[in-house]
Ligand binder design. Structure first.
Ligand code: NAD
Length: 295
């Protein structure tokens, strides 16, 4: 078993670090929050006083931080100067494709192996060890990362070279945002046309309008009992998170010169929903705004 440095013990990282410890690794855990460190100790990790200390002497380092700036700063000032030669880095945060490519390039310049490995699946999947990892980086680095990621997830998929994990994540979530809005619009129109929502679900779930947004996460209460629509849109996948991913997708589209008008519309609509009280609600709650109801 290995010594793993784990930096960022928030909603996602706390469960992931616990699962690494459970699988037998010595996990040196760090977060800026004292409460997060206490929780990590209870979960079998070894709390340390800084990100530099988490990196020092570790065979591998996992980061699970909020956004670009946190990731770039922690790698530049704490991890690169302190990690042992030959260490492997896995950044599981959701960040921009450009930032991921920059950090992987800097790691290579310092002689380290690194992959970007963002996740699909929320807090429950992080705690339960059932995340899906989308991994970008060299094949040899992917193979080194795989056993660590498997201890935290149910699927580990090599997406391609540096930044490809982040690319897969934001393309998938842009598709999800757009299909959710389209599904909501269809239910709103169906109701106005006098169709019973359950009947419309029964038909569309078996017809060409079917999607994950319809059959796994139906935005109207009733047809899919586990969906957030049945608990007043408690997340689930919060609108704030969806909006973050849609913004990353638009930034990537701009940078790559891709036309993504549906993705742009989804970003604008989720920004409007977030500004009108939907920020903390599940992203399927946007149906309330589209139906003209107050959230
Ligand atoms: P979070 O805000 O709960 O956790 C982030 C943690 O990082 C916090 O505990 C914070 O104290 C810590 N942190 C910030 N700067 C630090 C530093 N310099 N050194 C050490 N610790 C530092 O966020 P989260 O929900 O755990 O999400 C983490 C990442 O995973 C984000 O990029 C998010 O987009 C992504 N993600 C989240 C979900 C989800 O459902 N929450 C799902 C998929 C992906």
């Amino acid at each position: 078993m290995s010594t793993v440095g784990f930096i960022g013990l928030g909603n996602m990282g706390s469960g992931m670090a616990a699962n690494l410890a459970k699988s037998g690794h010595a996990v040196k855990a760090f977060d800026l929050s004292k409460a997060a460190l206490d929780k990590a100790r209870e979960a079998g990790c070894i709390p340390v006083a800084s990100a530099a200390e988490a990196a020092r002497g570790a065979d591998a380092v996992v980061t699970m931080l909020p956004a670009d700036l946190h990731v770039e700063t922690v790698y530049k000032h704490e991890i690169f100067p302190n990690a042992a030669a030959g260490a492997l880095f896995m950044d599981c945060s959701t960040i921009s494709v450009d930032a991921a490519r920059r950090v992987l390039g800097q790691a290579a310049d310092h002689g380290f192996a690194m992959v970007d490995a963002p996740v699909s699946g929320g807090v429950a999947a992080a705690a339960g060890g059932t995340l899906t990892f989308m991994v970008g980086g060299e094949q040899a680095d992917f193979q080194r990362a795989e056993p660590f990621l498997q201890a935290m997830g149910k699927a580990v998929i090599h997406a391609g070279g540096a930044g490809a994990g982040q690319a897969a994540k934001i393309c998938n979530n842009m598709l999800l945002g757009a299909t959710m809005i389209a599904t909501c619009e269809a239910f709103v129109l169906a109701e106005k046309l006098g169709l019973d929502p359950q009947r419309f679900f029964d038909i569309s779930a078996k017809a060409s309008g079917q999607s994950w947004s319809m059959t796994s996460y139906c935005p109207v209460p009733g047809p899919v009992p586990a969906a957030p629509s049945n608990r007043d849109y408690a997340p689930g996948f919060a609108t704030a998170m969806m909006l973050k991913d849609l913004k990353l997708a638009q930034a990537a589209a701009m940078s790559a010169g891709a036309a993504t008008p549906m993705g742009a519309a989804a970003e604008a609509l989720y920004a409007l929903y977030a500004a009108n009280g939907g920020q903390e609600k599940d992203f399927s709650g946007i149906i309330e705004m589209l139906a003209g109801k107050r959230s």
